[in-house]
Write a protein that binds this ligand. Structure first.
Ligand code: KIV
Ligand code: NA
Length: 247
């Protein structure tokens, strides 16, 4: 899986064999320039979900539930998941384990598939104590496995595991029968997910667990410089780029 937040990228993904698209709340950081994902709203998620859905990708489209759209009550969670589904999401993802089963149960009861998300859950970075690897303490590892089991039990169709040790992610994967989709959690999972801006070389900051497949930042910068030079040297627009009324 990869994230996508707009129409042109979703169009390109449509032409690939990728399995799934996540309209992630990483949107806030990689597209909207915010410091963290606490600042992402439902309104912003819907604008970007709409753009991705407009590309009509054959892939499964999962939409992230932003901060405060599901923690306040089961009712709020169902309503906001419903709004994301009405806008074309095939499923929603929300952060948390055991403590979220009530709201997840409600959303699934309303007919909306839910993807879980455990490990480093960025919407909880304040409580976790920053963007750090989870599972170091014995207690944390046990909690991750309890969370995965609780999520499977309540009926999520897959679980994202973010930023934990590869051997811990392996144990989690072995302790549930639903697919685990990992980011920063090693190879012993059923699938992988990356933030597309990391893969494309467009992020300001890329974590060690991401892989840059192309340096688009450099390619774009060069294209802009070439354009400036062409305009200054009157090489653009050239004859094929304009029409004459009288010729
Ligand atoms: O918002 C996001 O991009 C995510 C992935 C990192 C799983 O939640
Ligand atoms: Na997210």
């Amino acid at each position: 899986m990869l994230t996508a937040y707009d129409y042109p990228i979703a169009k390109i993904i449509s032409q690939t064999s990728l399995d799934g698209i996540l309209v992630g709340d990483s949107l806030g950081m990689v597209v909207l320039g915010k410091e963290n994902t606490l600042k992402v709203t439902m309104k912003e998620m819907l604008i970007h979900l709409d753009a991705v859905v407009k590309a009509n990708p054959p892939q499964l489209v999962v939409a992230d539930m932003p901060f405060l759209s599901y923690e306040t009550s089961v009712k709020d969670g169902i309503r906001n998941a419903g709004i994301l589904a009405r806008h074309g999401a095939d499923a929603v993802k929300l952060e948390g384990g055991e403590e979220m089963v009530d709201v997840i149960k409600g959303i699934i009861r309303a007919g909306i598939p839910v993807m879980g998300h455990i490990g480093l859950t960025p919407q909880r970075f304040l409580r976790i104590g920053g963007f750090r690897i989870l599972g170091k303490r014995e207690k944390e590892e046990e909690q991750l496995i309890r969370d995965a089991k609780a999520l499977e039990e309540v009926g999520v169709f897959a679980i994202v595991i973010e930023n934990t040790y590869a051997d811990v992610a392996k144990k989690i994967t072995e302790s549930v029968s639903i697919p685990t989709i990992c980011i920063g959690a090693g190879p012993y999972c059923d699938g992988q997910i990356l933030v597309i801006h990391d893969l494309l070389g467009l992020s300001d900051f890329s974590p060690y667990f991401a892989k840059k497949y192309v340096d688009l930042k450099e390619i774009i910068r060069k294209a802009i410089e070439d354009y400036i030079i062409d305009v200054k040297e009157s090489k653009f627009p050239s004859r094929e780029n304009y029409k004459l009324k009288e010729s």
